[in-house]
Design a protein around this ligand. Structure first.
Ligand SMILES: O=C(O)CCC(=O)C(=O)O
Ligand SMILES: [Fe+2]
Length: 242
């Protein structure tokens, strides 16, 4: 019960040494990259890597998730963020439920598990403890590879307290609420800082809705705003620096 209460208050639980050295190496070794093939102009000709897929039986992870809330979960999406040395991009602060808010399922159905595939010494995950009680407004921007991302507005971040750096060693797993505000910096250091993300969902809860098309079109919409701004037909969009 203490575990569940703690999770409910803070919005996360850190399980030390859940995955072995061998499991972390295994995930890294057979991680494959997928180039985005469905993008439209102007990214249609760019080799933008979007998803890193891997095969791994998430049983250990599902067991801990069950221990925390008493619910049975499945892992519906697994990806590795390589956060490669010198140029791995950061993640602005966000709540992952923002991506799911227009689908049919409530936040309570989801849980996220973030696993350190190496000691995360250089660009660790940062989170606002206790920030999981409400959905904040997000704004969309394009990161340097043209992928659309969402971030919580700075004014709203200013109102949050309890910003924590999560110190994680290889194999540690952080379980957190889909509404917990989190992010991390880019990696200008000499060592890759790979992490795996397991998106968990209660067994038996499913939705047909997908936000992928919506995302693709939003990217075009943002670019159009930049173009319109250049032509003097729009106010300055977020993320435009000139
Ligand atoms: O890799 C990170 O530091 C954060 C990843 C993340 O928040 C996400 O994939 O939703
Ligand atoms: Fe996230």
């Amino acid at each position: 019960m203490i575990l569940r209460d703690n999770y409910n208050i803070k919005g996360y639980h850190l399980e030390k040494s859940l995955l072995s050295f061998h499991d972390c190496k295994h995930i890294l070794k057979q991680t494959t990259t997928h180039n985005e093939t469905t993008k439209e102009f102007p990214y249609s000709d760019c080799d933008t890597v979007r998803i890193f897929n891997f095969e791994y039986d998430p049983r250990l992870i599902l067991e801990v998730a069950h221990k925390i809330t008493g619910k049975n979960y499945e892992s519906w999406m697994q990806k590795v963020n390589i956060r490669n040395r010198y140029d791995g991009s950061g993640e602005y602060y966000h709540q992952d439920f923002w991506w799911r808010k227009d689908e049919d399922l409530p936040n309570e159905v989801y849980m996220q598990c973030f696993v350190a595939l190496t000691d995360l010494r250089f660009c660790p995950l940062m989170l606002f403890e206790g920030s999981h009680n409400k959905l904040l407004d997000h704004e969309m921007f394009l990161d340097k590879t043209g992928i659309s991302k969402y971030k919580v507005k700075n004014n709203d971040l200013d109102k949050l307290t309890n910003l924590k750096t999560v110190h994680m060693h290889q194999g540690d797993a952080l379980f957190f609420n889909y509404l917990l505000v989190h992010g991390s910096s880019s990696n200008p250091f000499q060592y890759d800082q790979p992490r795996a993300v397991f998106q968990l969902k209660e067994v038996g809860k499913s939705t047909d809705k997908s936000n992928f098309d919506m995302r693709k079109h939003k990217e075009i919409e943002i670019l159009q705003k930049f173009i319109d701004y250049k032509k003097g037909q729009n106010s300055k969009p977020w993320g435009y620096t000139k």
